[in-house]
Design a protein around this ligand. Sequence first.
Ligand SMILES: C[S@@+](CC[C@H](N)C(=O)[O-])C[C@H]1O[C@@H](n2cnc3c(N)ncnc32)[C@H](O)[C@@H]1O
Length: 264
Amino acid sequence: MSHYVFDNSAEETGSRFNALEATYDPASRAALARTGVGAGWTCLEIGGGGGSLGRWLAETVGPTGQVSVTDVEPQWMDSREQPENVQLLQHDIAHDSLPEREFDLIHARLVLVHVPERRQVLPRLVQALRPGGWLVLEEFDCGWIPVLTAPSSAATDLFTRVHAGLMRLMESAGGDPLWGRKVVQAMADAGLEQMSTTVFAQAWSGQSAGIDLHRANTEQLRDELLAGGLSEQELCAFWDLLQNPAFAVTSYPLLSAAGKRAAA
Ligand SMILES: C[S@@+](CC[C@H](N)C(=O)[O-])C[C@H]1O[C@@H](n2cnc3c(N)ncnc32)[C@H](O)[C@@H]1O
């Protein structure tokens, strides 16, 4: 089974999905649209999370299309009504089987970054595409999030320290914070063609919808961060900083990489 560091049963899950969808859905929809996805396509949305992109795909492919939305912990989407052409499945992309030559489009956002077996998964995703089908992987590069404005240099240091603690926890669960800068080469190595990539980032100021991702992630892993050496006082000061409009940090850059399986 997967050891996803942010399990979806925690109460911070809704805040995480809201922040991701508010910040990144427009860029993700644009990346998906560039594949030409349209009426009648058969799609696989892996690790669907809050479900917004699965629903968008369902609308885009219409009643003659089909979208399979998976998640290792699908309870969040399960509690919401799904469009008729969405099939929701509990599925671990690292260990559960996939059909071959089935999908016109496979998409995953911020899933393989957490999956230790990410490089073994890639060839299986390619096999699951129909010849001529598209794989779109969207991943963070967590190694480039400069602080843009801060009330003091101590505040910048605090942000950097807490974020480093969060990244250590992600890595110890098998995540790769720098997977975003590696995914394009990995997709090319898996034999995909017509590769194209875009990168999206924005500034997140205190109290913005996006910066709430940092609050949700650190609140959920509060105990582990304390065990890792941060103090209660540091964490409280960090959460105060995320509410301070004088603070701004670059969002995680999202790399949206697309490649096509060779036509038969
Ligand atoms: C950071 S969230 C991203 C959610 C959504 N894709 C988005 O970008 O808004 C990662 C999602 O991947 C799911 N996940 C983690 N490991 C997985 C695995 N091995 N197989 C399938 N889903 C997985 C998690 O349960 C979670 O819903």
